[in-house]
Unconditional design. Structure first.
Ligand SMILES: [Zn+2]
Length: 219
């Protein structure tokens, strides 16, 4: 994957030009010369694989090292927090499309979990940046026909939407509320959800700037 190149004129955001490999475990790339042989100068690695030794071995080869970081897809969180499962239009837990389990974006404990780990990564390792992976709603989209069920209609999300957008909602069942949100309130609902996901990125940016200034953030 090649990333970057500066746009001509007037572009103030920083850009880098790299030739990198994305994802997983770079165990086969740690020997000196490995990256040169492949013409690579950057590695995006699973954040759970990041260790001081791995980062050092890649940097000794002159590479930039980025962690790819799971924001909305930490399925194991549901084991102890079933209330973080996305709720579908029928008011029931929405099954993970093709096994891709998303998490309710308004669950505060989950968000805290992800932000704490994000901060720890930046604090403990000399990485050049973080790529937010799976920063989207409960969906399986990397295929010819994406499966993107409408979520999340949990009580927490619906109440937060009503409060933050000053939308009066009737006291009706979740399936009826879902119909209203996807009907007459569709525009406000979608915008509110987009804003919520964006707010996660805003918090990541603030943590990054505070913890490892100069590191890059992508998604
Ligand atoms: Zn929710």
């Amino acid at each position: 994957m090649a990333v970057g190149s500066a746009a001509a004129g007037g572009e103030s955001r920083p850009h880098i030009e790299i030739r990198g490999v994305y994802g997983g475990n770079p165990a086969g790339l740690l020997e000196p010369g490995s990256l040169d042989n492949l013409g690579l100068n950057a590695v995006f690695m699973n954040s759970r694989r990041v260790t001081t030794e791995t980062v050092a071995a890649l940097k000794q080869q002159g590479a930039k090292v980025f962690a790819e970081y799971n924001t909305m897809h930490l399925a194991s969180f549901l084991e102890d927090h079933p209330d973080a499962a996305p709720i579908g239009i029928d008011g029931q837990v929405s099954p993970p499309p093709h096994g891709w389990q998303g998490i309710c974006p308004s669950h505060e404990g989950y968000r805290q979990n992800r932000m704490d780990e994000f901060r720890r990564l930046l604090r403990d390792y000399e990485i050049d940046g973080i790529w937010l992976d799976y920063h989207h709603s409960h969906a399986s989209w990397e295929r010819a026909e994406p499966a993107m069920p409408d979520t999340c209609f949990c009580e927490r999300c619906v109440q937060k939407f009503a409060r933050e957008t000053k939308t009066a909602l009737p006291d009706v069942s979740t399936p009826e509320l879902a119909q209203l949100l996807l009907g007459e309130h569709w525009e406000a609902w979608v915008q509110w959800r987009c804003d919520l996901f964006t707010d996660w990125v805003r918090e990541c940016r603030a943590i990054l700037d505070e913890t490892r200034p100069g590191a890059l953030l992508g998604t």
